[in-house]
Design a protein around this ligand. Structure first.
Ligand code: DON
Length: 308
């Protein structure tokens, strides 16, 4: 490492990006998210050798939102053959906003990738078909991966999303019209919104996603979550589609597989080394955390890390 990592290094990076506060906007299309203070800023790192570093609001829980799309894909990869998944959802970047319907109509109901809303909804439809209690199962998995028994859904956020679900419902119904959605739309939307409404801290997220830095397993896990090949595949999807239409810009600035959520969280992976979680609720125009990206950029520059 170019820098010896410690909590003071992370504190200094937080101070470096704090002046960006006020330049982004807290998500307001989900009313329950507007109540979160834009001032929050946190970072946590878990390494494959078992170290943990943190600074700022790293222990405070927030709505993980689209970070859950990685977890639902991982669960689907555990329950479906490769072909069964990838005939229903693609592996390419969309270049479009995460909740766009445009390509879906043109491409006959097959979403470009599992990290846009349409793709995540297909994945949730698959989970509904094969798991007896998809919400409970997700809780069990996240509690195991984070080694934290009290991870829970924020029911206020889940209800708020369901009450403002016109666009996601339209996406699901459009896919149903093309035969790419098998279950009851409202049931699958409820599962999807609950996954998005999981409340977790940066520390819990870095630990949860550590298996993606460690070929599918992690020091605190009794058994692998994915095979090494599946792990490479998920990281490849995060690198190409994790930051929506700004995936290229993010690769340029940060150079790591990553996934964002409109709660202001971003999880990034340094393969074979560490999982990083950052949180700052103010978003840029693509719906990615503005200071969160700057924080990851400053960190990777300081550490001299990139997958490219
Ligand atoms: O469905 C939605 O719009 C939200 N529950 C999740 C969107 C999201 O987090 C996109 N990420 N940047």
């Amino acid at each position: 490492m170019a820098t010896v990592m410690d909590n003071d290094v992370l504190e200094a990076l937080l101070e470096q990006v704090r002046p960006l506060k006020g330049q982004g906007k807290v998500a307001d299309y989900i009313p329950a998210l507007v109540t979160v203070s834009g001032d929050k800023l946190g970072i946590a790192i878990c390494t494959v050798s078992g170290e943990q570093f943190q600074a700022g609001d790293a222990d405070e829980r927030f709505s993980i939102q689209s970070l859950s799309k990685v977890l639902s894909l991982v669960v689907a990869m555990n329950h479906y053959e490769e072909d069964e998944i990838w005939t229903r959802v693609g592996k390419d970047p969309s270049g479009q906003p995460f909740n766009s319907l445009l390509q879906l109509e043109i491409e006959q109901g097959k979403p470009r990738n599992p990290f846009i809303n349409a793709g995540a909804l297909v994945v949730c439809d698959m989970l509904q078909s094969r798991l007896s209690a998809p919400r409970q199962r997700m809780l069990e998995i996240v509690r195991k991966l984070s080694a934290t028994p009290d991870i829970a859904f924020d029911s206020v956020v889940a209800r708020s999303e369901f009450e403002h679900s016109a666009r996601n419902a339209a996406i699901a119904w459009l896919m149903k019209s093309f035969g790419n959605f098998n279950n009851d739309v409202a049931t699958v939307l409820q599962n999807y919104f609950h996954y998005c409404a999981l409340k977790m801290s940066c520390v819990e997220l870095a630990r949860t996603f550590l298996f993606l830095a460690d070929k599918g397993t992690a020091p605190h896990l009794a058994e692998p979550v994915l095979t090494p090949q599946q792990t490479r595949q998920v990281n490849a999807l995060m690198a190409t589609s994790g930051m929506y239409q700004n995936a290229g810009e993010f690769a340029w600035r940060v150079g790591l597989p990553a996934k964002s959520g409109v709660g202001g969280g971003i999880v990034a992976i340094v393969p074979q080394e560490m999982a990083i979680a950052v949180w700052s609720p103010e978003l840029d125009e693509a719906g990615n955390s503005l200071a969160g990206i700057a924080l990851l950029e400053a960190l990777t520059q300081q550490l001299g890390r990139s997958v490219y």
